[in-house]
Design a protein around this ligand. Structure first.
Ligand SMILES: [Zn+2]
Length: 339
């Protein structure tokens, strides 16, 4: 096994259910020999695939943290076939602080892969996931949301696959998760991926993987939490890992290709004039930036450089130049028809 600075209290080879911690070494003034406890649950019931589910990669994205914790508490060994590894708040310092990035090293975990065994705490977590956990995993799911600054409707993110088998497996995961939207990446991925994300780590280690954006705005809504929990159980069932679960009927998923983000070019208060799911034309006004500090100043129009539908929108009204206010996506089937 590749050298790592993190010690696992869980033995992944043992049959049974273990709920404990990864010990992330952190020697500080108040705790010379201390470690940061990264919660982990492993439910291993013999033959079958290994599925890794993570949440709290960004600490202010909460739906996944709750759903993964609920799964870890509610599933027993007898429910499971194969091995399920659950990490509900994987960048623990960020999640405890309710922040996107870690307050102890300013690390953005999803920009830190492949990480370093001797780096900052965030880099050590990235390295452990990439070098220890991903090689164990046949499948992985990384749960995100729009965080504090953005809001997404429940959206699966996946690559296109680099083989017939991988593409089929990704489509099966998408169908099982059964979220309203799927954002399909049109390039990259695979073993040679250079992405600094958990998806990149999974691709480099050959784990079939999807990500999801599940709400955001720094809140948890009952509808999105319910669809997250439903989706995770449906995925477990589709992989043969939760055989007694009875999935309900599919609701269907619209596949999208993201065109890009619309950005603010001045500081002020952003007034959105479009909602998630609305159609947008190139050059169309999608919002106004107000300057109440300057009497008589007219608000500036923000226009979209893209045509498509609004996939995600900004959750904070105050903006600065460079802040994304919308993400615009086009229907993947319509794009394919044009090609
Ligand atoms: Zn995220």
């Amino acid at each position: 096994m590749t050298a790592t600075s993190i010690t696992s209290e869980v033995d992944f080879t043992v049959t049974g259910k273990q709920a404990a911690f990864l010990r992330l070494p952190h020697s500080v003034h108040r705790s010379a020999y201390g470690w940061i406890p990264v919660p982990i649950t492993c439910i291993n019931n013999g033959p079958g695939p290994t599925l890794l589910i993570m949440a709290g990669n960004h600490g202010d994205e909460y739906e996944g943290q709750i759903a993964v914790s609920n799964l870890a508490r509610s599933l027993d060994v007898a429910d499971i076939r194969g091995r399920l590894i659950l990490l509900p708040m994987v960048n623990t310092p960020a999640a405890e602080a309710g922040l996107r990035i870690s307050p102890i090293d300013s690390g953005n975990l999803n920009r830190s892969f492949p990480g370093s065994a001797t780096g900052t705490p965030t880099e050590m977590i990235a390295h452990y996931i990439e070098e220890v956990l991903m090689p164990l995993a046949d499948y992985s799911v990384d749960l995100h949301s729009g965080g504090s600054s953005l809001f997404y409707p429940p959206t699966l993110l996946r690559g296109q696959g680099h083989s017939t088998e991988e593409t089929k497996a990704l489509l099966d995961l998408q169908a099982a998760f059964d979220l309203p939207y799927a954002w399909v990446f049109t390039g990259g991925g695979g073993r040679s991926s250079s992405a600094r994300t958990a998806m990149g780590a999974a691709n480099r280690k050959g784990a079939i993987n999807v990500m999801a954006e599940l709400g955001g705005s720094g809140v948890v809504t009952p509808e999105i939490l319910q669809s997250t929990e439903r989706g995770l159980r449906r995925i477990l069932n589709s992989l043969g890992m939760l055989p007694d679960y009875q999935p309900d009927a599919r609701r269907g998923t619209q596949e999208l290709n993201v065109q890009g983000s619309v950005y603010a070019y001045s500081a002020g208060i952003f007034e959105s004039t479009k909602s998630i799911g609305d159609n947008v034309e190139v050059g169309e006004t999608v919002g106004l930036i107000h300057h109440p500090e300057t009497p008589k100043a007219e608000p500036e129009k923000v226009s979209s450089p893209y045509a498509g539908i609004v996939l995600c929108s900004r959750a904070m009204a105050r903006v600065e130049r460079g802040d994304a206010v919308f993400q615009i996506a086009s229907d993947a089937e319509a794009e394919a028809d044009k090609a």
